[in-house]
Design a protein around this ligand. Structure first.
Ligand SMILES: [Mg+2]
Length: 340
């Protein structure tokens, strides 16, 4: 007998979280719990405003339809989990998602994977630290890690200031590998201004910069001129994109909530690896439940690569499962609002 429960959550964010050009005061999403034969599996379905094309209401309607079929015994889960076929040619389209939105396909596939015992329990909880707040405290924290990786958002303020901040961090933490993310905010000239304040001797410790310029052409020029490697984030989600080797491109950022099922995530990672690119599993500001699953997915599918999951501290509480070491209060499943 199959039982499914859908929960609704709304978590207050810490003040001043800005995504793209909007302020995110609370994070709204869904949690799904599937039960069968004494086992259970959880998944999080949380479209990210400004990034996802589906809304929470649409995701909820899709999920309810899918759950109705699943409860009555439909074998609709296979395509969401089918393992990657290494023989697929690189021009083949990525697998279809049974007309499910990416966040729905991702959340349901996680729940199915847990139910089937496919998602290993070990997680990578020591990903890149997000540079927010007090830089002195961050430097102490980073210096305590054996292989510190930090992520700095740039492009929000003056490019010169970003260059100085990046250089300061690299100088203050000699073992640091730094990831930068400009979210396509810079003109080529602004990007050059940034690089002028990062001495060439420090640039090799910049693992990559995500999307420095407004256009891919300018980003490529910037990388060519400065020797700073690129990562595609937004570009990797443009329709029809297939991870492909190109000069100066080092990594692609994979945000499963925006990508789709575990099958599609696996496929994208395999394509990236074939192209010699690093795949970095990254958060779409999920709750602690989704984040711990992403840490497990990172450990499973991208071993040895620090994931970008340091977004829990933007929230005021955790849901159902705790992130190791987080001091935030934990809300249990019984205290969540049930949709069905
Ligand atoms: Mg990014």
């Amino acid at each position: 007998m199959r039982r499914a429960t859908l929960f609704n959550y709304n978590i207050p964010m810490t003040a001043g979280v800005i995504l793209r050009d909007r302020r995110l005061t609370s994070r709204h999403g869904l949690l799904v719990r599937l039960k069968e034969a004494g086992r259970e599996g959880w998944g999080e379905i949380a479209p990210l405003p400004g990034f996802s094309t589906e809304t929470v209401a649409q995701a909820q309607a899709e999920t309810l339809r899918w759950l109705q079929g699943w409860r009555s015994g439909a074998e609709t889960g296979h395509a969401l989990l089918t393992p990657v076929s290494p023989s697929l040619s690189s021009s083949a389209p990525l697998p279809k998602e049974q007309n499910l939105s990416p966040s729905v396909a991702f959340g349901l596939s996680c729940a199915l994977a847990e139910l089937a015992g496919l998602l290993p329990s070990a997680g990578n909880y020591s990903g890149a630290l997000l540079c927010t707040g007090d830089p002195d405290e961050l430097i102490v924290q980073l210096n305590q890690r054996p292989q510190p990786v930090a992520k700095l958002k740039v492009g929000l303020y003056e490019a010169v200031r970003d260059g100085i901040t990046a250089s300061l961090l690299l100088q203050a933490v000699p073992a640091l590998t730094l990831r930068l993310d400009a979210n396509r905010q810079w003109s080529l000239e602004k990007a050059r201004q940034f690089a002028r304040f990062v001495p060439e001797t420090l640039r090799s410790r910049i693992a990559f910069i995500e999307e420095p310029c407004r256009t891919q052409e300018d980003s490529r020029l910037f990388a060519q001129e400065t020797g700073i490697a690129l990562a595609w984030d937004e570009s990797s989600r443009s329709p029809g994109y297939v991870p492909t080797a190109e000069p100066h491109l080092r990594a692609i950022v994979i945000k499963p909530t925006l990508v789709g099922s575990l099958a599609t995530v696996c496929e994208t990672i395999a394509r990236a690896s074939e192209a010699g690119l690093t795949a970095v599993i990254s958060s779409s500001v999920e709750s602690s439940l989704g984040l711990t699953q992403l840490a497990r997915i990172a450990s499973w599918l991208t071993p040895g690569v620090a994931p970008g999951l340091d977004t829990l501290s933007l929230m005021q509480q955790q849901l159902v499962r705790a992130w190791p070491g987080s001091p935030l209060p934990l809300t249990a499943a019984e205290d969540l609002e049930e949709v069905c």
